[in-house]
Design a protein around this ligand. Structure first.
Ligand code: FAD
Length: 356
């Protein structure tokens, strides 16, 4: 975002900028569950990337990069088009693997890209206006909790038949989250009759059915896939150096370990010094370093290192106007926690939307 907001600085110096993305908008994931729960509109949570680029004199290409040729310094798009670069930054994020899905994807939605949640929202409202349905969320982490809570929020008080909501959490729901936070999240979901199943992992998904590894089968009307995300597959497919999760391997300057003109940030990288959680706080902290290093690399100036920093604040949006907040030893739930998240997220959006 910081680099995008400062493209004019590159252009003023005579560089050509091309930004490639699958949509003219970029949706902010931190507010994605809230958009699903109708706290926000899709317009509230998106940046007009294409406009931002073109207003500054850059070129925006609507498309998806599928491969890089680091020797020829080109990227290949799904459309077959290729683009040359002197310096490139990958910020392609992560995706939810869908290998367990058999058959077509009718009424099956991944939590990323965030745009998918717009379609899920429409479909849920359509189904609940017709009959009582069951909505299943596969995944045992924070995004599963937020999606479940916000599906509840979406169908609450709108005069529809409230759905049954069920989380298939594997063996332990939110096992990587401190106990005092987890308990607050579980209490919040349980009191709204959101069921959390910890009876085993899901093996196969098809429209209308979920099968566990044990062979037990569940009927369902709509499914969200909210299992762990994987870095964008471009790097493995291109034979670039990657970390164990397939993320672009970068050094302390956010620069690929083998090709110094390739940079990256966010969920799609593997930071060599220490693996980073796939949370938005790291791309935000990486922003100014990436901007500086892209420019410095074009001008043959010194690069600056990225310091991931220490503990970070996290706040879950529980979908009923409350949140659960944790920062170091401080943990609390309730309306204030959500208000703080809402304030921080809206401020972040305003900062970049005002540049548009
Ligand atoms: C439901 C949900 C809620 C979350 N809530 C929070 C939260 O509250 N706080 C928090 O800190 N973290 C949260 N996270 C984690 C957060 O989403 C990620 O850590 C963060 O979005 C990573 O930012 P990024 O810029 O790397 O990737 P993204 O935000 O995913 O952006 C990637 C961009 O690259 C584009 N792209 C993808 N593939 C290609 C391609 N091949 N070619 C061209 N463009 C491509 C995409 O369209 C997208 O615009 C949440 C995650 C989910 C799934």
């Amino acid at each position: 975002m910081v680099t995008l907001a400062n493209l004019y600085a590159f252009i003023e110096k005579g560089h050509h900028i091309t930004v490639i993305g699958p949509s003219p908008y970029h949706y902010y994931s931190g507010m994605g569950p809230g958009m699903l729960g109708k706290v926000y509109t899709p317009e509230d949570i998106r940046f007009a990337t294409k406009d931002l680029v073109e207003k500054q004199g850059g070129t925006f290409v609507t498309g998806k990069v599928v491969r890089v040729d680091p020797k020829k310094k080109t990227v290949l798009l799904e459309s077959g088009a290729t683009f040359f670069y002197d310096v490139i930054s990958f910020n392609t994020g992560s995706y939810v693997p869908g290998t367990m899905v058999k058959g077509d994807w009718k009424d099956i939605f991944t939590v990323k890209p965030i745009e998918t949640l717009i379609h899920a929202r429409t479909r849920i409202l359509e189904l609940v206006s017709q009959k009582k349905i069951t909505i299943s969320i596969i995944g045992g982490g924070a995004s599963a909790a937020e999606i479940a809570g916000n599906v509840w929020g979406l169908t609450r008080d709108v005069g529809v038949i409230e759905p049954e909501i069920r989380i298939f959490a594997g063996e332990n729901f939110m096992s990587h989250i401190p106990d005092n936070v987890r308990t607050k999240v579980v209490v919040s979901l349980n009191k709204r009759n959101i069921e959390i199943l910890e009876t085993g992992y899901v093996q196969e998904i098809e429209t209308g059915h979920i099968t566990l590894e044990s062979g037990k089968r569940f009927k369902t009307d709509l499914i969200f896939l909210a299992m762990g995300v994987k870095p964008s597959p471009i790097f493995e497919q291109s034979g670039l150096p990657t970390g164990p999760d397939g993320g672009l391997l970068v050094n302390t300057y956010l620069q690929n370990t083998e090709y110094p003109e390739i940079f990256g940030g966010g969920d799609c990288i593997y930071f060599k010094d220490r693996p980073l959680d796939k949370v938005g706080v790291y791309p935000v902290r990486e922003n100014p370093v990436l901007y500086h290093n892209l420019m410095a690399s074009l001008e043959e100036r010194n690069l600056i290192p990225f310091d991931p920093g220490g503990d970070y604040l996290f706040i879950f949006n529980m979908g009923d106007g409350t949140g659960v907040l944790r920062k170091k030893w401080l943990v609390f739930g309730g309306r204030l926690a959500f208000k703080i998240k809402d304030y921080i997220d809206r401020k972040f959006m305003r900062k970049f939307q005002s540049i548009e």
